[in-house]
Write a protein that binds this ligand. Structure first.
Ligand SMILES: Nc1ncnc2c1ncn2[C@@H]1O[C@H](COP(=O)(O)OP(=O)(O)OP(=O)(O)O)[C@@H](O)[C@H]1O
Length: 266
């Protein structure tokens, strides 16, 4: 039997708790009984071999999927059947494994899309750019311009993102997520497909977001050196189950992790 709800557990340092989460797609067990927490202000990595369930886990956290079993508690409240837009309004933003931007729209407009979540004027007024929507847009545009400066991309603010190199598209996607001013930023392979220089830039931005804005970050990453350098704690999945959880040092020396993951070339 499910344990009774504990609506306010936010007295400790936990921002999000994953409790015994399982997810099945027909006969496929994507996740089985996974539990871990994400503390306020930390950078938490989720790692594991291909098909381990990492993206499924992020999809459960932001409401894209609903766990078949178990529960997820965010800011002390259990979110049952939370939809992605509700998660976003509640403070969870994410980026995707494959960049998900509007390719024909400019950098500025793509980041504004992220900001629209914060706008009070309805979509209809925004579309017509009428009345209160104009004033509001000016204020929000200032925030977006600040994000563009922070990410050092003012030179591409008017460029359609489809024309940008992949590394910059990833940075714009980060900008769009930041425009939501999230409490929890979920990054699905933020450095995938990047060259070394782009990876270093992205790592620096993630650290700065975390340190300057206090944003909690949970990221999936295959590059082990990145994971070890960036993360405060690492949870390791294999075949949908958690096999290790701890500091990078602890995880690195865990025999099961070495067998399951570090021995595999990625
Ligand atoms: N929508 C879906 N329908 C059916 N099976 C799915 C679906 N999404 C994921 N799976 C299955 O769930 C398992 C976990 O997949 P998931 O994408 O979460 O792993 P992953 O660790 O993110 O992998 P990768 O590192 O390759 O991205 C896999 O067996 C996958 O085929």
């Amino acid at each position: 039997m499910r344990p009774p709800l504990q609506p306010n557990r936010d007295t400790d340092n936990t921002l999000l708790a994953v409790e015994n989460v399982s997810l099945r797609f027909g006969g496929v067990k994507a996740l089985t009984g996974v539990s871990f927490d994400i503390r306020k202000g930390e950078i938490r990595a989720i790692i594991g071999p291909n098909g381990a369930g990492k993206t499924s886990m992020l999809n459960c956290i932001n409401g894209f999927y609903h766990p078949t079993d178990g529960r997820i508690i965010f800011k002390g409240e259990m979110r049952r059947k939370m939809r992605p837009h509700v998660a976003a309004r509640g403070g969870i933003a994410r980026t995707f494994q494959n960049v998900a931007l509007f390719k024909s729209m400019s950098t500025l407009d793509n980041i504004m899309v992220g900001r629209s979540l914060k706008m009070k004027a309805g979509f209809f007024w925004q579309l017509l750019r009428y009345g209160p929507a104009i004033e509001e847009e000016v204020a929000h545009r200032k925030v977006v311009e600040d994000i563009i400066d922070f990410l050092q991309i003012p030179h591409i603010r008017r460029t359609p993102v489809g024309r940008l190199p992949y590394g910059l598209q990833k940075r714009v996607e980060l900008g769009r997520a930041l425009a939501m001013e999230p409490d929890l930023l979920l990054l699905d392979e933020p450095m995938a497909g990047m060259n070394l220089e782009e990876k270093e830039d992205m790592a620096r931005f993630i650290i700065e977001v975390n340190q300057q804005f206090g944003t909690t970050v949970a990221l999936i990453e295959h590059d082990m050196s990145v994971v070890m350098d960036l993360s405060d704690r690492v949870v390791v999945l294999e075949y949908g189950r958690k096999i290790a959880d701890g500091t990078p040092e602890q995880v690195k020396s865990d025999a099961r992790v070495i067998d399951a993951y570090l021995g595999v070339a990625h």
